[in-house]
Design a protein. Structure first.
Length: 359
């Protein structure tokens, strides 16, 4: 990701310093490039730091994100036509984040602003950069950065105010490289690429029938076998649900569904109790689904339950075709997840446990 910070006469030095500080705290800095961009040479010397534009007068091409800060004291200041022309001549896919005066500036030149929240001063630079990084880093990494910046409490409150229930996680081992993006409040859109077509088909069932948006990309040592990829996909999917649910306040917590698939019938009962356990009761007809061992799907589900910290109970009541039986399980899992992750407004702010905490 390449990020440009627009530096112009009324840009807030405090905001820019906060942006730079946040990006420099990012452990994945090697994957993120950022430059200070200005149409004209411009230097601002703050009390502890001097900022000089490094991208001066060059076309604003090749940037994934352009951040437009500003000064609270100069909300009505206007840039001349040359600055505006330079700013608007960007790649069509460039994403803009504007805050303080930069928010007004984007409105005036009719550029879409992805930064929607109400301005929060003097933490705008921190919040904007954390929001950008939230698109590519895991919630755990973002939380760690917010701790280092001393804005952890504000960041948590901000996320709650935005009702965001998402997770972005990457997992790299000597056997697999996987990245997942999960939105619990989606509409069933998915993009699944694991290198194992039948696994793609099953995870798509979770997305479509649970109304979760899931992007999952996995590269594994399939030349050896499918075991590591199946296992790690189960782990990262479970971890994504765990992180997206946060403290689990307000959720139903428990859910179940019984789903038929032709001659097969499966029930999945699920409890986000914080105590992981998985029970699978199924009389499979043979050891494989196509060329895949059914034991790998049981291992996938067990790995999911452990990472999600949920109690997962699966029963296959009837079935002759292993494909149908497995698909019935995943469709039932999708509906049980939909119920469990659902929010009950009567529980707003409450942890659904008489213990007043979930492990």
């Amino acid at each position: 990701m390449k990020i440009g910070i627009i530096y112009y006469p009324w840009a807030s030095f405090v905001d820019i310093a906060a942006l730079l500080t946040t990006f420099k705290e990012c452990k994945s800095l090697a994957e993120i490039q950022f430059e200070i961009c200005s149409y004209l040479p411009f230097t601002d010397k703050g009390e502890t730091l001097a900022v000089t534009a490094s991208h001066v007068g060059l076309p604003l091409n090749g940037f994934d994100v352009l951040v437009i800060p500003g000064s609270e004291k100069n909300k009505n200041a206007n840039l001349n036509i040359n600055w505006i022309t330079w700013l608007r001549a960007t790649d069509p896919d460039t994403v803009f984040y504007g805050f303080n005066q930069g928010k007004s500036l984007l409105e005036s030149v009719k550029l879409d602003n992805k930064w929607k929240p109400t301005d929060i001063n003097p933490l705008n630079g921190f919040f904007t950069s954390l929001t950008i990084l939230n698109e590519i880093l895991s919630p755990d990494e973002i939380l760690e950065i917010s701790k280092k910046l001393g804005v952890e409490t504000f960041w948590q409150s901000f996320l709650q105010s935005q009702n965001l229930r998402t997770a972005t996680i990457s997992r790299k081992t000597a056997e697999t490289q996987i990245i997942i993006k999960l939105d619990l409040d989606g509409n069933g859109k998915s993009s699944i690429e694991t290198g194992i077509p039948f696994l793609d088909h099953m995870v798509n069932q979770i997305s479509r029938h649970g109304l979760f948006n899931i992007d999952l990309k996995a590269v594994g040592d399939l030349d050896i076998d499918q075991h590591h990829t199946m296992e790690d996909c189960g782990i990262i999917l479970g971890d994504a649900f765990r992180q997206a649910l946060g403290d689990r306040k307000g959720i139903n917590r428990m859910g179940f569904a019984t789903i038929p698939m032709d001659e097969s019938l499966a029930t999945v009962t699920l409890d986000f109790s914080g105590r992981p356990y998985c029970v699978i009761q199924s009389q499979w007809n043979g050891e494989n689904i196509g060329e895949l061992p059914v034991s790998l799907f049981e291992h996938f589900l067990e790995s999911f339950a452990i990472a999600a910290r949920c109690n997962l109970f699966i029963q296959v009541h009837a079935g002759k075709d292993n494909h149908h039986m497995c698909e019935a399980i995943f469709k039932a899992l999708a509906r049980a997840l939909y119920q469990s992750c659902g929010v009950d407004v009567r529980r707003s702010g409450q942890i659904p446990s008489t213990k007043e905490m979930l492990f």
